[in-house]
Design a binder for this molecule. Structure first.
Ligand SMILES: [Fe+2]
Length: 358
């Protein structure tokens, strides 16, 4: 399936969640996802689950370790087969209670394994409690708190008034957000492993999301230049200076890699932002080449998925790379409103979430 060219308004300002307004960026990309017409997914899923279970056991056999060529080759083959067998934009139906049927949890797991996210939709409108209950079905319990969140730790993403302190952060405006992963400025103990979105009210125009499975990006880099993955996994690659406002440290400086193997389960984590300001990249030749390849692959768009959530649709994802188009509300209609919840837990459909630890 080929997607239309994504054209973002050059006057729009792109900046990740933590960021303040910055200079304009022009982005034009094309994306392709492998189309579906096979029912081999079930068999392949069993194999991929075997790998996932080994990774979850933390036995040091992560396919994302550069030392594990055999495990990587097996994971890669199964990942690609799943991607060929499934459709990224398949939306799973929610029941009248706003939840997924138990029988659909395996399908949700397959979607996440293949594409890094699963889409869902229902006829009714979920309130925030129902949204959180749905996410718990997918193994998500431990919510991250961010300053703009509501008291229940769900963030209501909508355009706020200029007087609102959140107006300095792009997610609370109608402007575009360029490629990033959520919480890239968090320390590893507070790594965002998943987030969920739910569309209460779409914008009159624009507001679509673009997604790129970071596991698939890793795969493309490992195929082309495994040495550059070493550079992307160095712990001093990316430095995010402290966020200081009015002499107060809102967030401490943080340094880390782009790709990391999760010490709690062996999955792949990614931290990234395409913002040019308030970020300091290591500047040696390998780092520069590696970051250039990341940008090149994002521009090439093989694996990019474009979505425009309709009212009653949402997604749960493994904190993959994502962004948002600029949007415009209709003054005669309610403004765009999307619920967002960020989690310290990984997506594990059907797995009982761990008890709250913080
Ligand atoms: Fe985000």
């Amino acid at each position: 399936m080929y997607f239309n060219w994504l054209r973002r308004d050059p006057e729009s300002v792109a900046d990740p969640t933590d960021g303040r307004l910055q200079s304009p960026v022009h982005c034009t990309r094309i994306g392709r996802i492998d189309h579906v017409n096979s029912d081999r997914a079930s068999a392949m899923y069993a194999s991929l689950s075997d790998v996932s279970r080994r990774v979850a056991a933390g036995d040091g056999d992560s396919p994302f370790s550069l030392a594990n060529d055999d495990a990587y080759a097996a994971w890669r083959a199964r990942k690609l087969e799943l991607r060929r067998s499934l459709e990224a934009t398949r939306a799973l139906d929610l029941g009248a209670d706003g939840k997924l049927a138990a029988a659909d949890l395996a399908a949700a797991a397959r979607q996440v394994d293949a594409f890094g996210f699963v889409l869902f939709e229902g006829d009714g409108r979920l309130d925030k409690a129902a949204f959180l209950a749905l996410n718990r079905q997918l193994g998500l319990e431990r919510l991250d708190a961010n300053p703009g969140a509501d008291t229940d730790r769900v963030t209501s993403l909508t355009r706020v008034d200029d007087e609102d302190p959140r107006a300095q952060y792009v997610p609370y405006t109608n402007r575009a957000l360029n490629w990033h992963t959520d919480g890239y400025y968090n320390d590893s103990a507070r790594a965002i492993r998943a987030f969920a979105l739910y569309c209460v009210q779409p914008a009159a125009r624009g507001g679509g999301n673009f997604l790129f499975d970071h596991e698939y990006l890793y795969l493309q880099i490992r195929d082309r230049a495994p040495d550059l993955l070493r550079a992307l996994m160095r712990p001093d690659l990316m430095r995010v200076p402290a966020n200081v406002q009015n002499g107060r440290v809102v967030r401490a400086e943080e340094t880390g890699p782009v790709f990391a193997i999760d010490g709690d389960g062996g999955g792949l984590q990614m931290r990234y932002t395409s913002r040019p300001r308030n970020i300091v990249w290591k500047r040696d030749r390998q780092s520069t080449l590696a970051l250039g390849l990341v940008r090149e692959l994002l521009m090439a768009g093989d694996g990019l998925v474009e979505l425009r959530l309709r009212r009653g649709q949402g997604l749960v994802c493994s904190n993959l790379l994502h962004g948002r188009e600029a949007y415009a509300d209709d003054p005669a209609q309610p403004p765009r409103l999307v619920f967002r919840a960020r989690y310290l837990d990984p997506v594990r459909p059907g797995v009982e979430p761990p008890a709250e630890r913080d």
